[in-house]
Ligand binder design. Structure first.
Ligand code: SAH
Length: 415
């Protein structure tokens, strides 16, 4: 009865208020079952549905809720959602989740990136907010030369978009020319999410710089927010090895690795992707940087292509999409990584380098390394590990949320 009148009240308020800013108005309590407070006491920012004692059936997706232990003691505040992860913690303090809250957390996030020196004459692409790593679970914001692209992974963040946009404006000031919100693919369909500009607008594709190289960014039709920012440092490292080399960049998307190699005077770069659109994007990026003379592209399935390489390469990049999105696909994923890497190890030139990656969160760095070692054993060649790679500092890992570590890679030399 209480819940149904509450729901009725919600509906009335919904109709008169903007749905998004409404998120902070009602703070309801979610009580946990006995013993289920332990992970929150260790500052882990998720509450799973099985941990909840309260009947939440009448709660609205995106509500800000107060989390209490079984004795009613305050633990945290977070965004509620009808999902396996039922609450994502925004703060372990008692505070209002309002404009001031978002201003503070987003200012800290922006400040970190500016302190890291990521906005300079040669670079204006970086991640501004990285979910749990910035104490903003469910929120991704990427920055492309003056344009912030927001991707919400929770309904609570989607309902907070006005706060987020306002906070970004405040933190960036005149460095920001537009804000685009792109969440229709990343939050449940029951929310009719609109992809739209929340500030200004911008012609697509938009030119932005990573380590001195121009890239065309298209957040509207491109994958994710338009670019795979998490490989910036690893692409720069490839640049250091690439002078005079013949390089094969598989799973190239918009040519991120290819262009950094070409910028450091690689002799020849072949870019491969199964998506024709990705290859067109790569070619157009190669062209605007005037590298066409040293580049060729291939539309093909990487696994098939790698079985029988037509050329001798000095460097091969293997950066596939996540082979396993869930734990139950992990074994299959490992077999895929092993096969792909074994093909590369078997055929690369003696002394050649392989930059190999996995962005599957369920495959940790130890399992990944062991998989590459297994591939080396299978190929019968001698392999050594030169570099161990990971996600960059603008994709920080919350120490209490190890699930946030997802990108791992190795540079191996095949002797
Ligand atoms: N290395 C890229 C990001 C890779 S994203 C960068 O630096 O930006 C993964 C890419 O793999 C996507 O472009 C996708 O189209 C491509 N892909 C997916 N499956 C593939 C397959 N079987 N063979 C080749 N490319 C594939």
């Amino acid at each position: 009865m209480v819940f149904s009148s509450q729901k009725c009240l919600n509906k009335i308020i919904h109709s008169v208020l903007n749905f998004r800013t409404f998120a902070t108005m009602l703070v309801r309590s979610v009580q946990l079952r006995k013993g289920k407070e332990q992970s929150l006491l260790r500052n882990h920012p998720w509450v799973f549905s099985g941990a909840i004692y309260t009947d939440v059936s009448q709660f609205d997706d995106g509500d800000v809720v107060e989390i209490e232990d079984f004795k009613g003691r305050f633990l945290a505040l977070g965004h509620f959602q009808h999902a396996t992860i039922s609450v994502r913690v925004l703060t372990f303090e008692r505070e209002e989740i309002d404009q001031t809250f978002f201003d503070k957390v987003i200012r800290n996030a922006v400040q970190l990136r500016l302190n890291l020196g990521l906005l300079n004459k040669k670079n204006n692409i970086f991640r501004v907010c990285h979910g749990e790593g910035d104490n903003l679970p469910g929120l991704i914001v990427d920055f492309y030369n003056g344009v912030a692209v927001i991707q919400c992974h929770s309904i609570g963040m989607y309902r907070s978009l006005d706060f987020i946009a306002q906070a970004l404006k405040l933190a960036f000031g005149d460095k920001l020319i537009a804000i685009y919100s792109k969440s229709s693919d990343t939050i449940p369909e029951r929310i009719d999410a609109k992809d739209e500009y929340l500030l200004g607008s911008c012609e697509i594709p938009h030119l932005a710089l990573e380590n001195g190289v121009n890239y065309k960014i298209d957040w509207i039709t491109g994958q994710k927010t338009g670019f795979f920012i998490d490989q910036r440092e690893n692409r720069a490292l490839l640049g250091k090895y690439a002078f005079g080399k013949k390089v094969l960049n598989t799973f190239c998307y918009s040519g991120g690795f290819s262009l950094q190699a070409l910028n450091q005077n690689a002799h020849l770069v072949h870019s491969l992707d199964s998506s024709k659109k990705a290859i067109e994007l790569t070619e157009s990026n190669v062209e605007i940087n005037s590298f066409s003379g040293n580049h060729a592209s291939i539309v093909a399935d990487a696994m098939e292509y790698m079985k029988d390489l037509k050329e001798d390469y000095d460097i091969i990049i293997l950066d596939p999409p996540a082979f396993a999105k869930h734990r139950d696909k992990r074994h299959q994923a490992i077999q895929g990584y092993k096969r792909l890497n074994a093909h590369a190890i078997r055929q690369i030139k003696p002394g050649g380098l392989i930059f190999t990656f996995s962005c599957s969160q369920v495959v940790d760095k130890y399992l990944f390394t062991n998989t590459i070692i297994a591939a080396a054993i299978e190929s019968g060649r001698n392999v050594r590990i030169l570099e161990q790679l990971h996600q960059p500092a603008d994709h920080p890992i919350n120490a209490f949320h190890p699930e946030g570590e997802y990108l791992k890679g190795l540079v191996i030399q095949v002797i």
